[in-house]
Design a protein around this ligand. Structure first.
Ligand code: SF4
Length: 411
């Protein structure tokens, strides 16, 4: 196994082990971007809030600009001390090691509203680092369907069906088009973010439709709108599900996006079918990969990506030990890179197996082996991650950009 050093090593450790609550971490929410996942105190853990659940910051920035997503975990050996005036420190109880850190700041736009009174935070725009994510139709139809008692949603997904939670965006089940007022509100929010933060990548995402062509039509509408309002010409990535060939060609012909990212999530057909039953049923494993290959033909090498969830296959139901899981994932990285497709691995903790004493160490061994081995594969194939697609300033749970920054790939 490759041994990582510096910020990438720290990032892996903190991603895999989480951070436990301290009052300093809680107080930081006064000026830090809040986490989408609340901190849940475990049984017996000291809870100064008395509520069992509280808000914590979302992202840490180390002094060299490495971004790390915060996952709360009452068992973690990592905790935060300090304050805004004197600076914050991330501390490892085991060694006493202390790292100076900052938190991703809370920007004014996060409490501002559109002209008709919708908080920008609900207008379909979020950020992490210098990436702006546009998601004006987050409801996913896969949540509405079951086959043989199995939900078609992806096993790790925290989205939901189009329902009352997406009503403020005007998203309704069965309705393909994004309502114009939704796009206008998103535009207002986008302008505010661009005025207040340095954004270098725009990523279009959304929930899936069971008909991939209809999904493609929705994304064409969105991308055409974004093309008009993207006044600074920031690179745009298409983060839909896999699409039919003619629609991929259409995105290119109209010059709507610079990069394509159809998320296969999981290498190997059996794992894909289990973890992403909806993608498997409504698109299919082979068709998904074929669509990525079509995208490479139109957009070229270095412009086609596929996000992968890394770690969820360590869930006990899959019966894999970390060595085997890493071997399969690396086999996938090799295969995809050979086709000119660049996978991007995001760490996702398995939900089961927490009683195992090696729960955290096996996640870490798996992820370290994967990202280290994958760096060699990228290099061998001369595939560099485009600065327009993502970079170390927005890679909050991925390591590729951090590693390539330390040792660049020659494309
Ligand atoms: S397709 Fe996307 S939104 Fe739908 S369940 Fe899977 S990950 Fe979630």
């Amino acid at each position: 196994m490759k041994t990582l050093a510096g910020s990438p090593a720290l990032k892996i450790q903190v991603m895999c082990e989480g951070i436990r609550y301290t009052e300093a971490l809680g107080r930081a929410t006064q000026h830090a971007m809040p986490n989408y996942y609340p901190y849940r105190f475990k049984e017996g853990e000291h809870d100064p809030t008395g509520r069992g659940i509280t808000t914590i910051p979302y992202l840490i920035n180390t002094r060299d600009g490495t971004e790390i997503r915060i996952l709360g975990d009452g068992d973690s050996p990592w905790h935060v001390e300090g304050d805004l005036q004197q600076g914050y420190r991330l501390i490892d109880d085991r060694s006493g090691r202390q790292e100076p850190i900052d938190f991703e700041p809370l920007c004014p736009w996060q409490s501002q509203k559109t002209a008709d009174g919708l908080p920008f935070a609900q207008a379909g725009v979020t950020t992490h680092g210098d990436m702006l994510v546009i998601n004006v139709a987050p409801g996913c139809e896969y949540f509405l369907h079951k086959h043989d008692g199995v939900s078609m949603r992806c096993g790790f997904c925290a989205y939901g069906a189009p329902d009352e939670r997406t009503a403020h965006l005007g998203q309704k089940t069965g309705q393909l088009e994004i309502p114009q007022p939704t796009l206008e509100r998103m535009h207002e929010a986008l302008d505010a973010v661009l005025d207040q933060t340095e954004i270098r990548h725009i990523y279009l995402v959304g929930g899936s439709l069971t008909d991939w062509r209809r999904e493609g039509e929705r994304f064409l509408q969105l991308a055409r709108f974004v093309r008009q309002v993207n006044r600074r010409g920031i690179p745009v990535a298409l983060g839909s599900g896999a699409l039919p060939d003619d629609q991929i060609a259409q995105f290119k012909a109209e010059n709507l996006v610079d990069h394509v990212c159809f998320n296969l999530e999981m290498w190997s057909e059996p794992l894909f079918a289990k973890v992403c039953p909806g993608k498997n049923r409504y698109v299919g494993y082979a068709r998904w990969i074929a669509a990525l290959e079509t995208a490479v033909r139109h957009f070229g090498r270095g412009h086609v990506y596929s996000a992968m969830v890394a770690g969820i296959e360590l869930d006990p139901e899959h019966g894999l030990e970390w060595e085997e899981a890493a071997r399969i994932a690396l086999e996938g990285a090799e295969d995809l890179c050979r086709r000119g497709i660049i996978p991007i691995y995001s760490l996702v903790w398995p939900s089961g197996g927490r009683q195992r004493p090696d729960y955290h160490t096996r996640i870490r061994s798996y992820f370290e082996t994967l990202v280290g081995g994958y760096q060699d594969i990228r290099r061998r194939h001369g595939l560099a991650i485009s600065e327009g697609f993502m970079c170390h300033r927005c890679a909050y749970m991925q390591l590729e950009c951090d590693l390539d920054r330390a040792a660049p790939v020659t494309a």
